[in-house]
Design a protein around this ligand. Structure first.
Ligand SMILES: Nc1ncnc2c1ncn2[C@@H]1O[C@H](COP(=O)(O)OP(=O)(O)OP(=O)(O)O)[C@@H](O)[C@H]1O
Length: 260
């Protein structure tokens, strides 16, 4: 592979303003295929806005986003999803009323069971597809350690288990790349270590590229191959965890943010 083939996502001089506020102000970075990249920075740095642009929830005012070399900026979220780029979502009120297994079975689009024609004329095929989906869901639940909770309602899960369910739902879509929004939020230290392991395994065992926003520096420094630091809507620095840790400008941005 040459250098360009290793780049799966390229964010190029992206801008997003809200009124007079430059939330993202000319940000560029690349994500390498199969690697774990962290997007960090103090509160209000523009990380979530950048995620929303990549995943199609916002159209950038200027700049481009390329996924596997194709423009995806301005595409609606479902089109970005079909390119193989998925983001985690908090489990909604409706999904909390369903079991863990049902949460996963809902993910794939266009199931034959939802098609009246197919369920009348091809019932065997529908049942076979359901079996395949259930087997896939169970394999994923085993991967994230939630298989024993498959028949529990999602509402009854702990904060950390909900994070794992969000990850599992994303995996049902067979993504090439996942955007994880604070996978460590509200998670106790033991579960945090497990989540770090799953994220690493996504990349190393399943070849899924990961871009994550995270405030927990231990998690970021432990799992990321590369870190992009944002501050006040701009890219402040990028590098390996060691390079970022030793960068005085990064420390200053965090301390400055705390003093505001
Ligand atoms: N929809 C919006 N309308 C107006 N301002 C917004 C909107 N979304 C974000 N902002 C502002 O843009 C700036 C960047 O916000 P953003 O949520 O992208 O930062 P962040 O780095 O994700 O912060 P945090 O770590 O606190 O989640 C902030 O000043 C925020 O108040």
């Amino acid at each position: 592979m040459n250098g360009q083939e290793q780049v799966i996502l390229s964010v190029q001089d992206v801008h997003k303003h809200f009124g007079g506020l430059k939330a993202v102000n000319g940000v560029s970075f690349q994500v390498q295929r199969g690697k774990i990249t962290g997007l960090i920075g103090p509160n209000g740095a523009g990380k979530t806005t950048t995620f929303n642009i990549i995943s199609g929830f916002y159209r950038p005012d200027a700049g481009q986003v390329l996924f596997n070399g194709a423009r995806i900026d301005g595409l609606p979220p479902h089109r970005v999803f079909h390119h193989g780029l998925c983001r985690t979502f908090q489990i909604s009120r409706e999904l909390k009323l369903m079991t863990v297994m049902e949460n996963l079975l809902l993910v794939p689009a266009g199931q034959k069971g939802e098609n009246l024609f197919a369920s009348w004329f091809l019932p065997g095929q529908v049942r076979a597809q359901e079996r395949t989906l259930r087997a896939k869901a169970l394999e994923i639940l085993e991967f994230v350690g939630l298989a024993h909770l498959q028949n529990e309602y999602a509402a009854g899960l702990s904060g950390g288990q909900k994070r794992l369910l969000e990850l599992a739902r994303t995996m049902m879509a067979d993504p090439q790349m996942v955007l994880l929004d604070e996978p460590g939020a509200g998670v106790n230290p033991t579960l945090m270590r497990r989540i770090a392991g799953y994220i690493r395994s996504l990349a190393t065992d399943r070849g899924i590229t990961v871009l994550l926003i995270e405030h927990d520096m231990d998690l970021v420094m432990n799992v990321c191959d590369w870190i992009v630091v944002m501050s006040s809507g701009q890219k402040l620095a990028e590098g390996t965890p060691d390079q970022v840790r030793q960068n005085p400008a990064v420390l200053e941005a965090y301390l400055g943010g705390q003093n505001r």
